[in-house]
Design a protein around this ligand. Structure first.
Ligand SMILES: *Cc1c(COP(=O)(O)O)cnc(C)c1O
Length: 847
């Protein structure tokens, strides 16, 4: 039969429980287990079937069920409690932000841009760590009460779902998402009550974008969607796939995100006071704001850059080249040749914004982002250092440890990743309001007082829950691929008592998923040691274009299917937030083997630690800070290697040795009640030390205090008197740049000054010819390095004394607090109260 059309009849919620609709339309439920429980109780099977998507659940549940629930006293009691607590959350005045800082006007917000957001598996617009971080950032921003909005893209196909075929090859499956079934709603245009649409120009045509809203607690996330009838077929597909297509799609997506996102915010009436670019994908927001300023004020391009960068924060997330996109100049010509005319600069000036050296052969987004932001950071201490070194040539001559790239270590949204079972236990042993006090290290010490039996039981149950879930998925998969049947029919995959080690992450080669396979004989012995068995669970997607990554999956698949490792090594399909939750809550040990120092932070291990699991990891990313000798284990050394082969060998030996000699014996060192005291002590230590520190609550507080508020303040200053300060600053910078090469430093005190007592005050003098510049334009400093410890440098400002014929005398009196031999030199750098960072110009003159 051929139907003419379809009619959708939606169930009406009985008035007693009509609040379920609002609850379903805000992702708040996803980190509040009582709310999730409510949806689960509506229809347990349906809840699983709709993959924990309450919007879908409410559209599918029978009208009768809903009517019955409206009369069910017990359900109503829970319902009322949840609705009340949801309302309290949304209207709360005593948030961290409100208690500590002046509130902002309603339309003044911190605008956070990201190409992906991982908020819940039912909204699959993320690929991995970057998205999870962005999602967790929004949730903590909501919990802490920040005036905050997110901006991203709504991908019609989301990210791909992964199947692994019988041969071990990854298959990527793209489903068409039905936006009606997602937690998204179209934003209405204030002027006419139609759906809000903005446009961006791509080459010679306008592409129209619909704006959708996702509610994340108190925070709104706005997502742009190009799949509209007014656009041509190619343009409609621009927002189909996350990280899909070639460079042309990428640059178009990035224009949509940065430029379209900015226009959408303005159109909705927002006046952001700080702009955060989470990775370089959104960097064109800066170019758009510059264009606006030039139209509205009497300003040139460089003056506008000052104004824009003043309140822009840029976070770089990876040292891996694939994460630092570089575009060909011809592609830039294609999409930006109108732009540089509009803002009154030349092609050459434009291209310079994305280049560090004249000889660079492409336009780098990270370079552009650094040029358009005054605040830049990496995502762990080590990654801050690595990034400073990577981009040091943007500040030529400035010592790497002084350049303006700082760091804020990543965290995870604790209440999203912490198992409800742990939350219940913590309710019992931590102060009543512990959820508001996650960052308090001291509070977590109470975890030590939890009886071991009770503590272990929670973990054991979670591990069993994970294994049951894995078995269920295993069966489904084997039904699909009826050929995979060398495992027993009713899945008894994995043992609930064996030491269980998890490894789940994107299969990028630098993460070295197969390091553990280096010595198969040794591994086999570790896995099958009678009474002390060890089992491994792997999961992860490889980017569809990453063939070496897909080969890693195949290799693991083959091992998992082999007789020798049958049931001891398992590789799971389709790693997403749902599977991640099971794994991070259920494993004993979390393995992480990146090639140091390429893992910028990593966050999955932080989720494990919050759930009292133990990390066993290379000293890279966050673990370099998190490890304290008692809360997990390390692999390898804090070294860099010139040969990857050598690095692999050394790290793998360390891995096996620690497993054999420390981890396995400790896990199986149990008393008659099956309690391994020492093991549990470590688990507690892992939770106590890591949960407060590696929480996005701590992270967002640091972003607020160290970056957002300074950016807001600076943005305000530069806005005054029609942006006069921005104009002055740009002009002053221009003056310094044009005159810098003429500076000369002389000193009569060359060579060895002789020896002194530690009690002596030593006077150093230098004469500086500043050319056209004035003493007030610069700072002159003594730079001292202890010969025995070159990483320790000391900087002493010099005072200007008298001037003769444009030559200034500088003097410094130095008191040493440590004996030793010191090397010294002199340097001149620009100085102005209006700089955000001492070295932001990247000008420095050494003697
Ligand atoms: C947490 C998480 C990640 C990031 O983990 P890393 O440690 O950075 O690899 C990636 N994907 C999913 C689904 C996650 O939940």
């Amino acid at each position: 039969m051929q139907f003419y059309g379809s009619i959708s009849v939606n169930p009406e919620l009985p008035v007693e429980i009509e609040g379920l609709k609002k609850l379903a339309e805000n992702l708040w439920w996803s980190w509040n287990p009582e709310a999730e429980e409510l949806f689960k109780r509506i229809d347990m099977n349906l809840w699983e079937e709709v993959e924990k998507n309450p919007i879908k659940l409410l559209s599918k549940v029978s009208y009768k069920t809903l009517q019955n629930l409206g009369k069910d006293k017990e359900f109503l009691r829970s319902y009322n409690k949840v609705i009340e607590s949801f309302g309290r959350y949304l209207n709360r005045k005593d948030t961290w932000f409100n208690l500590n800082f002046d509130s902002l006007d309603d339309n003044r917000v911190i605008a956070y841009f990201s190409a992906e957001f991982a908020l819940h598996e039912s909204l699959p617009i993320y690929s991995g760590g970057l998205g999870v971080l962005a999602g967790d950032h929004c949730k903590s921003a909501s919990d802490l009460g920040l005036p905050f909005v997110g901006v991203g893209l709504l991908y019609r196909n989301g990210y791909f779902r992964q199947e692994i075929n019988e041969e071990g090859w990854q298959k990527s499956i793209y489903n068409d998402l039905d936006f009606k079934e997602l937690v998204v709603n179209p934003v209405k245009d204030n002027d006419n009550d139609n759906d809000l649409v903005v446009s961006v120009r791509l080459e010679d045509r306008d592409v129209y974008l619909k704006v959708w809203e996702v509610k994340v607690g108190r925070v709104s996330l706005y997502l742009l969607d190009a799949d509209l009838e007014v656009n041509n077929e190619v343009d409609r597909a621009l927002t189909y796939r996350l990280y899909g297509g070639g460079p042309e799609t990428r640059i178009s997506q990035e224009i949509i995100l940065g430029i379209g996102g900015t226009r959408a915010l303005y159109k909705m009436g927002y006046q952001p006071v700080a702009w955060h670019m989470n990775e370089g994908h959104s960097v064109y927001l800066g170019l758009e704001r510059i264009r606006d300023l030039i139209q509205d004020y009497d300003m040139n391009f460089y003056q506008a850059i000052e104004k824009v960068s003043a309140n822009t924060v840029f976070t770089t997330h990876t040292p891996v080249p694939a994460g630092n996109e570089v575009f060909s100049f011809s592609l830039k010509d294609k999409y930006f040749s109108k732009y540089w005319n509009e803002v009154g600069i030349s092609r050459e000036e434009f291209m310079k914004l994305g280049k560090i050296h004249d000889y660079d052969e492409g336009f780098g987004l990270t370079v552009l982002a650094l040029n358009l932001s005054s605040f830049h950071n990496g995502v762990s201490k080590l990654h801050g250092d690595v990034s400073s070194a990577m981009w040091k040539d943007l500040w030529p001559g400035v010592p790497t440890d002084e350049n303006p790239i700082s760091y804020i270590t990543n965290g995870v949204h604790t209440l999203t990743w912490l198992a409800p079972e742990w939350k219940n236990l913590l309710d019992k042993y931590l102060p009543e309001n512990w959820k508001d006090r996650i960052v308090e290290q001291k509070m977590w010490k109470k975890v030590r007082e939890i009886p071991n039996e009770e503590f272990w039981k929670v973990h054991k149950d979670l591990k069993a829950k994970m294994i049951d879930y894995i078995r269920k998925r295993d069966l489904i998969r084997r039904q699909r691929d009826s050929k995979i049947n060398n495992l027993s029919k009713d899945s008894n995959l994995l043992d609930k008592n064996s030491l269980t080690i998890g490894f789940a992450r994107r299969f990028a080669t630098y993460k070295r998923a197969t390091l553990i396979l280096k010595d198969l004989k040794r591994l086999k012995k570790i896995c099958n040691n009678q009474g002390q068995e060890v089992q491994f669970i792997f999961a992860g997607k490889a980017h569809p274009a990453d063939i070496p990554g897909q080969e890693l999956i195949k290799k693991l698949h083959n091992i998992a299917e082999s007789e020798e490792f049958k049931g001891k090594i398992v590789i799971l399909e389709d790693y997403d937030m749902n599977l991640a939750r099971y794994l991070v809550q259920g494993v004993d040990v979390w393995l992480n083997t990146p090639r140091r120092p390429l893992e910028a932070s990593g966050t999955s291990g932080q989720k494990v630690a919050a759930n009292a699991g133990l990390n066993f990891s290379i000293l890279d990313g966050w673990w370099c800070e998190g490890y304290n000798g008692k809360n997990g284990w390390t692999i390898g050394h804090k070294s860099e290697y010139s040969s990857p082969k050598e690095q692999d060998l050394i790290d793998s030996i360390s891995l096996y040795k620690t497993l054999e000699e420390e981890i396995v014996p400790l896990y199986y060192d149990t008393d008659s009640n099956e309690i391994a005291e020492e093991w549990i002590a470590r688990m507690k230590e892992s939770m106590i030390t890591n949960a407060p520190e590696y929480s996005t609550d701590r992270m967002v507080q640091e972003y607020t205090k160290n970056l957002y508020l300074p950016a807001i303040k600076r943005g305000k200053e530069l806005n005054q008197d029609n942006c006069q300060l921005a104009i002055d600053l740009a002009n002053w910078k221009h003056k310094l740049k044009s005159n810098w090469d003429r500076i000369k430093i002389y000193s009569e005190q060359e060579g060895n000054l002789g020896s002194f007592s530690i009690k002596d005050e030593i006077e150093l003098t230098a004469r500086v010819d500043l050319g056209q510049l004035l003493a007030e334009d610069v700072e002159v400093e003594v730079y001292l390095v202890n010969k025995l410890n070159e990483s320790q440098s000391k900087i002493i400002p010099m005072e200007v004394q008298l001037e003769e014929d444009g030559i200034y005398n500088y003097i410094a009196k130095i008191n040493f607090d440590e004996t030793g031999i010191y090397n010294y030199t002199f340097r001149v750098l620009p100085s102005s109260k209006t700089l955000t960072h001492k070295h932001e110009l990247g000008l420095i003159k050494w003697i």
